[in-house]
Design a protein around this ligand. Structure first.
Ligand code: HPA
Length: 276
């Protein structure tokens, strides 16, 4: 057994000592979107710090725990807080929680995040359903010996974001009269925000929104065969498009402002995932 899988098994054992809950949908809650737990019939909460070897975030506003429970009748596990590569963790640790939720039984991964809008048609507060991503600008989380127990060495990436789940998200937005944008998300390492020249480059490459998470998570989830979907909250216009300098506080505030709509959208979409 390789080191990465061994660590994962230890974490799994640690969680299984605390709960035998089997989630169907794993939801990752992005910056400022952390109060989603209020929409869940909570069965059990597990602090990341109680799981031996589990990466614990250092960023204010990213405190971490797993929340197990039900959205309507759908069993879910939510990650309240995630760690980022820029915090100094190995990329294999950054994605460990995703793999763990897969091993706990999740079949669907619902990713959310905060991003900067690159597409000129976007405004702060918009939601963008992720239809594809650009992964070429940070270390691939599958580098190192392949974890054969989870998936193949060279996974196909043609359809990372599941089309049925995209349909569900679009239907849900329509029913709720929420204007839903669609586009390509690019992950950079951060922690500095981009320069205006970075943003012009990313725009030429075909990115609609930029952030510091999510793509690495989608890669390992795709590797282990989960169905994946994602929504990005465009919390600010990217550097050079925004007339003002960017701050973490602004991003968090925009996330909080968007939270009520976001919670409705995620809840309805997860309910509709019962049949998948
Ligand atoms: N850039 C990178 N990450 C972000 C941004 C941004 O403008 N906004 C929120 N997360």
């Amino acid at each position: 057994m390789g080191k990465v899988y061994e660590k994962l098994q230890n974490c799994l054992e640690c969680v299984r000592k605390q709960t035998d809950f089997v989630p169907k949908v794993a939801i990752v809650l992005g910056s400022g979107l952390g109060n989603y737990a209020d929409n869940i019939k909570v069965e059990c909460e597990i602090e990341y710090s109680s799981i031996e070897g589990f990466p614990v975030s250092t960023v204010p506003g990213h405190a971490g725990k797993f929340i197990f429970g039900y959205v309507d009748d759908v069993p879910v596990v939510c990650m309240k807080g995630r760690v980022h590569y820029y915090e100094g963790y190995d990329i294999s640790d950054v994605v460990l929680p995703i793999r763990l939720m897969g091993l706990l039984g999740a079949k669907i991964l619902f990713l959310t995040n905060a991003s900067g809008g690159i597409n000129k048609a976007f405004k702060a507060g918009d939601f963008m359903m992720i239809t594809d991503h650009i992964a070429a600008l940070f270390p691939n989380p599958l580098i190192g010996p392949n974890v054969d127990e989870l998936g193949t060495r060279f996974p196909d990436m043609s359809h990372v974001y599941d089309l049925d789940l995209q349909e569900i998200i679009k239907e849900s937005a329509k029913e709720l009269s929420i204007d839903l944008k669609e586009g390509v998300y690019v992950q950079l390492t951060g922690p500095s925000f981009e320069s205006p020249a970075d943003i012009r480059m990313l725009s030429v490459l075909g990115a609609d929104a930029v952030g510091m998470s999510t793509v690495c998570e989608a890669i390992v989830a795709n590797h282990m065969g989960l169905k994946i979907c994602g929504i990005s909250c465009v919390c600010n216009l990217a550097a050079g498009i925004s007339p003002t300098p960017l701050t973490h506080e602004e991003v968090q505030q925009a996330g909080k402002d968007a939270a009520p709509k976001f919670e409705k959208l995620v809840t309805l979409a997860v309910k509709k995932m019962a049949g998948i």
